[in-house]
Design a protein around this ligand. Structure first.
Ligand code: TYM
Length: 332
């Protein structure tokens, strides 16, 4: 089976609807046709300030939500990035072949560092994409399913793999990004021009997977729409309704056109009520399973440890090859 790798940052108590539709839904499908590795990237999360106790908790919660959403830890290798030291080790080696200018051109870094200012920006944030390259290259990854916002980082990963292979001999598989289709970009319910994001100014437009059903209902009923009252898809003219239609379609597995027909002649209120049902039906069981798993943290930690073991075996082999290729003396 082709090797697949992806990951998510443990930067909030709950994953959101964008993470679910943009990542988890596809991961769940792909795990049966690929040898899949999914990580909770805690080393990436600490590139911005984190509260230590909260980070530990968020890491567990993120892992629990992967499983609750359908990632099977006995089929896929689901593990915590920092449990496999090879990630940080290979990242160091890759740092040495990454250009300063090259890293400076990463748009996500430019955006984040511009917002924070140079003094508040860590060298870790600068090297973030190189650590991501290490994640991917350690596993001889062929495909990397990610949202459009990660495209440039996968491009950098390919460049680094090719550069390394050319300079030091064939070592890494050059991976390919699998960019999720347009419909997989989910927007903020209060601000349908910008993507649903953990770092939004207000939480009012974010549907969290672990929200109580009643909270979900309120957020959807208050979602920003327009005034013409027709449930139809028009991304430019009706961004709010189009976003809701996309969500409805992704979660129900039905084409947008069918949903438009269902609500032909009905108002936005009816449509939103229908969407509430679909979202609550999807996340209700996910929420219950996640809380269940979190009720037994020892068992969850045991699952993660076993999977880290499996990941280490693959990662250690690749790291040894890379160390050897650049001429690091093997310890006798
Ligand atoms: P992160 O944690 O920001 O996001 C995780 C995944 O969720 C997708 N996503 C969305 N999709 C649709 N609509 C949205 N509103 C939305 N918001 C987030 C993202 O595209 C992503 O696929 N650098 C990565 C994590 C990472 C990684 C890796 C990924 C680290 N190492 C190796 C792949 C391979 C990140 O910060 O994702």
């Amino acid at each position: 089976l082709p090797r697949l790798y992806s990951g998510m940052q443990p930067s909030a108590d709950s994953l959101h609807l964008g993470n679910y539709i943009g990542a988890l839904l596809q991961w769940k499908e792909l795990q049966s046709t690929h040898d899949a590795f999914f990580s909770v990237v805690d080393l990436h999360a600490i590139t911005v300030a984190q509260d230590p106790a909260e980070l530990r908790e968020k890491t567990r919660r993120t892992a629990a939500q992967y499983i609750a959403a359908g990632i099977d830890p006995s089929v896929s290798t689901l593990y915590v990035q920092s449990h496999v030291p090879a990630h940080a080790q290979l990242a160091w080696v890759l740092n040495t072949i990454t250009g300063f200018g090259e890293a400076s051109r990463m748009t996500q870094f430019k955006d984040k560092s511009a917002k924070q200012g140079a003094d508040a920006t860590s060298v870790g944030l600068f090297a973030y994409p190189v650590l991501m390259a290490a994640d991917i290259l350690l596993y001889d990854t062929e495909v990397v399913p990610v949202g459009d916002d990660q495209r440039q980082h996968v491009e950098l990963t390919r460049d680094l793999a090719e550069r390394f292979n050319k300079r030091f001999g064939e070592t890494f598989v050059v991976p390919q990004a699998m960019i999720l289709k347009d419909g997989a970009r989910i927007y903020d319910l209060q601000n349908p021009e910008s993507k649903m994001s953990k770092s939004a100014d207000s939480g009012a437009g974010i549907i969290w997977m672990l929200d109580e059903p009643d909270v979900t209902r309120k957020k959807i009923m208050r979602a920003v729409t327009d005034t013409d009252g027709v449930v139809s898809f028009d991304r430019a003219g009706k961004p709010g309704i189009s976003n809701l239609l996309n969500i409805y379609s992704a979660l129900s597995g039905r084409p947008v056109a069918d949903i438009e027909l269902d609500y032909d002649g009905k108002g936005y209120g009816d449509f939103k009520k229908g969407l509430v049902e679909v979202v609550v039906e999807t996340f209700g069981p996910v929420r219950e399973r996640a809380l269940d798993l979190l009720g037994d943290p020892a068992e969850l930690d045991r699952i993660l440890a076993g999977n880290a073991e499996r990941a280490s075996e693959v990662a250690e082999r690749t790291l040894a090859k890379a160390y050897n290729a650049v001429g690091l003396l093997r310890r006798a």
